[in-house]
Design a protein around this ligand. Sequence first.
Ligand code: AMP
Ligand code: ZN
Length: 114
Amino acid sequence: MSDCIFCKIANKEIPSSVVYEDDKVIAFNDLDPKAPTHVLIIPKEHFSSALDINDENCEIIGHIFSVTSKIAKKLGIDKTGFRIVNNCGQDGGQTVGHIHFHMLGGRNLGWPPG
Ligand code: AMP
Ligand code: ZN
């Protein structure tokens, strides 16, 4: 997707603060953090949202969660905990149309969310 900001981050056309990368995913610090640790984990392949995930391509989601565990240990929030959030569509608060998982930690996030 030539006009997708997260595809551009994955392709290194736009700089980001990378915390993890492999051939399938990249994780980088959110520009506008909502918690002391706020990382976005994205597949390098473009999917618009959770609605694009199906039986044929869902392996990437398991991979993203395996990466989440590695990042938690690397950033030292594995003991204190964290939250993984996927916003989908308008009511979900999705503003970037490339599926991404927010990884939030470093403070007590409270529940329920607003
Ligand atoms: P969402 O509202 O779930 O679509 O989340 C999009 C997130 O992307 C927001 O938390 C933004 O702060 C973040 N964001 C947008 N552009 C960038 C960027 N260039 N680098 C890092 N984070 C970004
Ligand atoms: Zn994209």
